[in-house]
Each structure stands twice: as C-alpha cells, then as structure tokens.
Ligand binder design. Structure first.
Ligand code: PGA
Length: 248
C-alpha cells in the first residue's frame, strides 16, 4: 500500500503573528508539492494569521496543544472546537517537551487522542526514548508501551487516520539525527506494534514520521526508508530549508 507522505513543521514557541505571516510568505512559492501533505503546527496565537495566509494552497494548519474539554473553567487552555473553528486540522499530541516539561502522562495523552478524533482533528501522536533508554537498549519496549497506552480504546478505523511521530529525545534540537537505519528500525517496530494491537490493514494505513534534527541535508535518506512516511520538523521548519524537505 502506498501511504501519502506527510511533512509537518513544529514551530514550537517561535514566531509572533507578524513573524508567522512573514515565514508563510517566504515559503509560499517553494512549498508547492501536491504529492505531499504539508502541515504547519503553529503557536495558538498564530493560527488565525497562518490559516488566512495558507488559504488556496495545499498547506494545512496544525496546533501544538489543547485540552480535552470543550469549554469551561480551565484557565490558560484552548479547546478542540476553538481550534477547529480557527481552521486547524492537525494536532500534535504527546510531544516529549509536553511530557517532560509540562508533565503530561500517557493517561492524559490517551484522552487527548480520543478527544481529537471525536472532534475531527487529526492527531500527530509523538513517541520516543531518552538517551538513557537508547543506551540501555530498552527503547523498543518503552516505545511499544507508550503506543499501547496512548491508543488504548481507540478504534482501528481511527488508527488508520493516525499519524505517529517517532522522535528520539536525544535527537531533538541537538543536531544529532538518528541514522536512517536507526529511524527505520523503530518506525518498523511501531508498525508491527500496530499490527499486533489491531491488524495488518491498520498497520499498513497508519503513517509514521521521523522527527529529530531532520533537515534539508538528511531528509531524502530518511524518507527513502520503507516505514518512514514523513517528518516532524522543528528547527528546520522555521526557514526556507523546510521547502527542501517537502520536496525531498
Ligand atoms: P527538531 O525538533 O527538528 O528541532 O529536532 C523536532 C521536534 O521536536 O518535533
């Protein structure tokens, strides 16, 4: 089965609305590839600006965080209906920075995946191991456990629409990329985990990205791997290089 490639930029906490408009304008003529799904996952404050700026292009807008309730007394949070109305179609869930800095655990991440599907947002579910787990050699067990918890109670039909991002924490923002073989090993293991939890048709349909210092120089080699269907790009999504990754 051929899966459609998906390249998503994770802008993290970068770009004011004015800067966001400039970046979208810079990328506009370069990020033109109908064979690839392209997503800009932007800070919430930038969503309206970016949604307006990408109108008429094939770029979709993503968010980086939300809460599981639709509205109410949740100071500082933003809801799925708010994101939807503002033009968001993808949502990053379970990024290691949210897990490690903001204390999000797999119970909340699982609730967020459920809420995203129920709200018509496409989750980009992140998983990945620390350097200690990589060195200990137990990273596959760890990631398998993350996926199993995070997808508890999610139907096969939803998982077919899911994007999973494998992001080894030791490669995020460090300039140290997993080799294409290391990334392929884990992405393949993730697909096998989906086959065990669901069935082979679901495993064939789910799209798996690699993330962690992916850039214009290494993207083609990573994306050539059988189980790597795209990338979640941090640093390199903030510059013109992003277009080279989309076209890799
Ligand atoms: P990076 O970030 O490309 O800057 O390593 C990737 C991510 O955290 O999504």
């Amino acid at each position: 089965m051929s899966r459609r490639r998906i390249i998503a930029g994770n802008w993290k906490m970068n770009k004011t609305p004015a800067e966001a408009a400039e970046l979208v304008a810079l990328l506009k003529d370069k990020v033109v590839n109908d064979a690839v799904d392209v997503v800009y996952c932007v800070p919430s404050i930038d969503i309206t600006t970016v949604a307006e700026a990408v109108k008429g292009t094939n770029v979709k807008v993503g968010a980086q965080n939300f809460y599981i309730e639709d509205k109410g007394a949740f100071t500082g949070e933003i809801s799925a209906p708010m994101l939807k109305e503002a033009g968001v179609s993808y949502i990053i869930i379970g990024h290691s920075e949210r897990r490690d800095i903001f204390g999000e655990n797999d119970i909340l991440i699982n609730q967020k995946v459920k809420k995203a599907f129920a709200s018509g947002l496409n989750p980009i579910l992140c998983c990945g191991e620390s350097l200690a787990l990589r060195k200990a050699g137990t990273y596959c067990e760890w990631i398998k456990r993350q996926i199993t918890w995070d997808l508890s109670g999610i139907s096969a039909d939803d998982v077919k629409k899911l994007v999973i991002a494998y992001e080894p924490i030791w490669a995020i923002g460090t300039g140290e990329t997993a080799t294409a073989d290391q990334a392929q090993e884990v992405c393949h293991m993730i697909r096998e985990t989906i086959a065990e939890l669901y069935d082979s048709a679901t495993a064939e349909a789910v799209r798996i990205q690699y993330g962690g210092s992916m850039n214009a120089a290494n993207a083609a080699e990573l994306l050539a791997k059988e189980d790597i269907d795209g990338g979640l790009i941090g640093g390199a999504s903030l510059k013109a290089d992003f277009a080279q990754i989309v076209n890799a």
